[in-house]
Design a protein. Structure first.
Length: 173
């Protein structure tokens, strides 16, 4: 049976206090974050932590995500970046490369599909992940306890990686 889960990231200030979360149901979800990171780091980390949590299930995984960046990083761009020595088409280094490399390792041998869902329009699972990711970011902003969730039953997942590079927010011209 395919596991269906939503993954989301949040940053207050971008970069700023940031969070990530994945959500299957009220009994299976996880969240975390950092004092300073970007929404893209949160989005990628949510997918990474979901892959880690579900890797021993043997089940296919279908990830609902409102981040085209996270989806394309995992499904379209990763192979080319890897082939080019973790460089983009313009020769510049891939942003968030450490998380991307960890995603590459976790995706190996897995049956994983992604589906883009529009964020902030009431999609139940996406909203549940968003609330938890934003809750983690807000907890870092307010210096309060970060809600981490129950995780996946009987699974211990290593902590999310610390962001090693904080890219500037995207600018639109």
């Amino acid at each position: 049976m395919t596991i269906v889960a939503a993954a989301d990231g949040s940053a207050l200030g971008n970069p700023g206090p940031a969070g990530w979360a994945w959500y299957v149901d009220d009994d299976r979800w996880a969240a975390g974050g950092w004092p300073r990171a970007t929404n893209n780091i949160g989005e990628l980390t949510a997918v990474l932590q979901l892959l880690r949590a579900t890797k021993d299930t043997g089940e296919p995984l279908h990830i609902l995500c409102d981040s085209q960046y996270a989806i394309k990083a995992c499904t379209e761009w990763l192979a080319g970046w890897k082939r080019k020595g973790w460089r983009k088409a313009d020769g510049k280094p891939v942003l968030n490369v450490e998380i991307i490399k960890e995603l590459d390792a976790e995706l190996q041998g897995r049956k994983v599909t992604f589906e883009w869902v529009r964020g902030h329009v009431g999609h139940e699972m996406n909203e549940a992940a968003d609330v938890r990711a934003r809750g983690a970011a807000t907890a870092f902003q307010n210096h309060t306890e970060v809600p981490t969730g129950p995780g996946w039953p009987d699974t211990v997942v290593p902590p999310a990686p610390e962001p090693v590079q904080v890219e500037p927010p995207a600018t639109l011209f």
